[in-house]
Design a protein around this ligand. Structure first.
Ligand code: ATP
Ligand code: MG
Length: 786
């Protein structure tokens, strides 16, 4: 039974024959019957529609192994799509482990974007590009749009470039090119959207560049207009597998349908309750429509959850039950009861971060009545990336190792972006945006005037800026220091460009050479600002990162696609990431901070999309809770600093939706001086009221302000109170204070009021100095109970 390559031996095979074939297939043995059915139904469409943690990804992975083991497909004949690069890496590793060998040869296992880059490089000319096209990031995209907007004489203050970028992205997600844009879109962006879209696409072509949305759009266009190319890939990808299918957008859906329409060997897995990318054009309808698109599909439902304890599952189910129009799936588990979901309220975001830091250390030591939990086993999942800062600061202070996943932080730094612009011009000389970025960095005496001259020459000759600069110099159009320096830069670019193909110079050496000879490294060496040494270190780190790639282009591609940013230092670390980035992952202990109305559910999402937005936020809450295996800790803060302003907040409405029987309220350390250990856990024994108000009771911040906050919380309208976060300001509290009064603030201690401005008090604190604080959180000094 060495190969099933040409035969259809499985078709209609008897159970006994299949059992025989399954011998020596330990990867099948760990599956339950429903999963096994999904793995073994190799031919024809299969849909696995099931709740979180039921082993969809596990079954999908086993299916790949089964395809390979039975010889149904060679590694390069399987197209497997995951949602993030991290998920792809994990799946590759798991397949390798199950097969007992490494699988270098699975070139088509990746994200939609990474697979489309490969396809597009092969067929770029069919959409008017060269195969070495550049992938623009958002920054470049916006810069380009700004140029087009100003050339069209539009006031970009009224009509911001970001708005246009959002509209165009949306069109691309729906697979609408300028040519097939529906008439209903004609009014977009003050009626100029369609025209600017066409101009933008034309300009990208001139630059030999694409944006993120183009990766799919171009490939779909190629498939739709070149039957022969499509047919080639339909033959090639004999089996298609898609994880997280609920989050595909229209363009991705079309792409998959085109590829699968011939052999129909497509297996999609997903969960309608975990659809969290509606804001990016994902259509949960895709998964609900699967059976119509692929008649006769084998539909597998999985109900046993293998990930979480019953308390965690019940809490998640309680929250998601608030959504309408669900398919509604039963989930059960054999796991033991374990910890209840833990809920804790804090004074402010800083304290929340401090408490979580301490809690992580305590859990690591095993002093929380649970087994010791390793740092690698813990994750903090935030709604908004700005929440990360408090944790990063705190963890850095206490030396708690952490990693941030999902944010390309490193590659967003100025010096890294500059260096990469150099690499981009070298590998793709028509990349005008990159050239604009570096032409006068370091300063070469090429101000606006000189740059305009270069641009004009390039335009007159219909060539990229680099070429335009060369012509300008040849014509003697630019003299002086600027001319001489530009000459050096152009010579350098030519020389480095030639070296990209030189086998004697590695791309790592070349990168160093580019940064040194261009004067870029020197610029930071001569810089006396405190940041300069850090920037030089980052540049070194960048060159180090290059070593893992074959060439500069491969590296640039990687960076433009990067979603994961893991620092390379070894050792256990706590993971910090957004809820969106946590999809599909699991951790023994999960912290879900910032459960406050306005932050989570996000006000913006509710304002923009109403009930639909709120329901997507609720699915996000479901995703968050279901990431936890053993311990799930939800927290909220009464005050949060957002963009430098203190704002008070109400606990998230999702907290009210947690079923009480599965929640335990923790008492934070604080005013009464007992600390966590002494106060212990209060054990959910409150009388009446929702969990939320009991949390506040358990909460030692028993200030009058907090109580008023709670009273308001009780009256909160259920619809979207768009002002909710800002309307709780209590003006009475202001008038009850006067200048000179001695007061107490939980965080800053004792002080005297020196000024009153609206609801803010300026206070001279004895220990903390002068600060402005919100009046509501100040108590008269003699009210303090100790
Ligand atoms: P999500 O919806 O969150 O993506 P999922 O359905 O993809 O979840 P998996 O990640 O595949 O679920 O599996 C969840 C956990 O359950 C994993 O740790 C997996 O190893 C385990 N698991 C899945 N199926 C089984 C099984 N039959 N027996 C034992 N453990 C299983
Ligand atoms: Mg999964």
């Amino acid at each position: 039974m060495s190969s099933y390559d040409e035969s259809d031996a499985f078709e209609g095979a008897s159970l006994a024959a299949r059992a025989m074939a399954a011998r020596g297939t330990p990867y099948l043995e760990g599956l339950n019957p429903a999963q096994r059915a999904a793995v073994e139904a190799l031919d024809g469409p299969v849909l696995m529609l099931a709740g979180a943690g039921t082993g969809k990804t596990k079954a999908l992975t086993a299916r790949i192994v089964h395809l390979l083991k039975t010889g149904r497909a060679r590694p390069n004949e399987i197209l497997a799509v995951t949602f993030t690069n991290k998920a792809a890496r994990e799946m590759k590793n798991r397949v390798g482990n199950m097969l007992g060998q490494s699988i270098e040869g699975m070139p088509w296992l990746g994200t939609f974007h990474s697979i489309c880059v490969k396809l597009l490089r092969r067929h770029a000319e069919l959409v008017g590009l060269k195969s070495n096209f550049t992938i623009l990031d958002t920054d470049d995209q916006i810069r380009l749009m700004k140029q087009l907007i100003s050339a069209a004489g539009i006031d970009d203050k009224r009509w911001p470039a970001r708005m246009l970028a959002g509209i165009i992205d949306n069109w691309k997600n729906r697979a609408w090119t300028p040519a097939n844009l529906p008439a209903a879109e004609a009014g977009a962006y003050d009626g100029k959207g369609p025209q600017l879209y066409a101009l933008y696409q034309a300009r990208l072509k001139e630059l030999n560049a694409v944006d993120f949305g183009d990766l799919l759009l171009h490939v779909v266009t190629i498939f739709q207009t070149h039957e022969d190319v499509l047919a080639q890939y339909q033959r090639w990808f004999r089996y298609i597998l898609v994880d997280e299918y609920q989050d595909t957008n229209v363009a991705q859906y079309l792409w998959l349908r085109l590829l699968a329409s011939a052999h129909k060997n497509i297996c999609c897995v997903g969960d309608d309750d975990q659809s969290i990318y509606g804001w990016r054009g994902a259509e949960v309808g895709n998964i609900l429509r699967f059976e119509k698109d692929f008649p006769g599909a084998h539909v597998v439902r999985l109900e046993q959850n293998y990930r979480s304890t019953p308390h965690i599952l019940a809490a998640a189910s309680g929250v998601i039950a608030g959504n309408s129009g669900r398919l509604g799936k039963e989930l059960w588990t054999e796991a033991q009861d374990g910890e209840k979901v833990r809920l804790i309220g804090h004074w402010d975001g800083e304290e929340e971060a401090r408490w979580i830091g301490e809690e992580i250390e305590a859990m690591q030591r095993g002093t929380r009545g649970m087994r010791p939990i390793g740092l690698d086993e813990m994750a903090i999942l935030v709604r908004a990336s700005h929440q990360m800062r408090a944790f990063e600061d705190r963890f850095m202070t206490i030396g708690l190792p952490y990693r941030v996943i999902g944010g390309p932080r490193f590659y967003e730094r100025l010096e890294i972006r500059d260096a990469m612009a150099y690499f981009r011009v070298v590998t793709s000389p028509s990349d005008d945006l990159a050239f604009e970025r570096i032409v006068n960095t370091p300063k070469r005496g090429l101000g606006d005037k000189a740059q305009q001259k270069i641009q004009m020459t390039a335009r007159e000759n219909g060539v990229p800026l680099v070429e335009g600069a060369r012509i300008l110099l040849e014509q003697g159009g630019l003299g002086g220091k600027g001319g001489a320096e530009l000459g050096k830069l152009i010579d350098g670019l030519t020389r480095w460009g030639r070296l990209t193909g030189d086998a004697d110079v590695s791309h790592v050496e070349l990168a160093e050479m580019i940064l040194d000879e261009s004067g870029y490294t020197g610029m930071w060496q001569n810089d006396k600002t405190p940041e300069a040494p850090g920037r030089l270190e980052n540049l070194k780190e960048l060159v180090k990162a290059l070593e893992q790639f074959e060439n500069l282009q491969g590296f640039l591609e990687h960076v433009s696609l990067i979603m994961d940013n893991e620092s390379s230092e070894a050792g256990e670390k706590v993971s910090i990431m957004t809820l969106h980035a946590a999809k599909g992952l699991e951790f023994p202990a999960v912290f879900l901070p910032g459960w406050e109305d306005g932050l989570f559910p996000s006000q913006r999402s509710m304002d923009e999309s109403g009930t639909k937005g709120l329901e997507e936020e609720r699915r996000l809450a479901y995703v968050g809770i279901t990431r936890a295996e053993e311990v799930c800790t939800i927290s909220f803060a009464g005050n949060r600093r957002v963009f430098g302003q203190w704002q008070s907040a109400l606990p998230s409405r999702f907290i009210d939706e947690l079923p009480e029987a599965h929640v335990e309220i923790l008492t934070p350390p604080g005013l009464y001086g007992g600390g966590y250990g002494a106060a212990g856990m209060t054990g959910g024994g409150g009388q009446g009221g929702g969990i939320e108000s009991r949390a506040a009771e358990a909460n030692v911040y028993n200030s009058p302000g907090w109580k008023r906050l709670q009273a308001r919380a009780g009256q909160r309208p259920v619809a979207q109170p768009s002002e909710a976060r800002n309307t709780v300001i209590d003006m009475k509290a202001v008038s009850s204070h006067s200048v000179g009064e001695r007061v107490f603030h939980q965080k800053f201690g004792y002080g005297a009021i020196i000024g009153i401005e609206g609801d803010k008090l300026e206070i001279d604190f004895e220990k903390a100095g002068t600060k402005k604080v919100v009046a509501r959180f100040i108590s008269a000094a003699d009210d303090i109970p100790f």
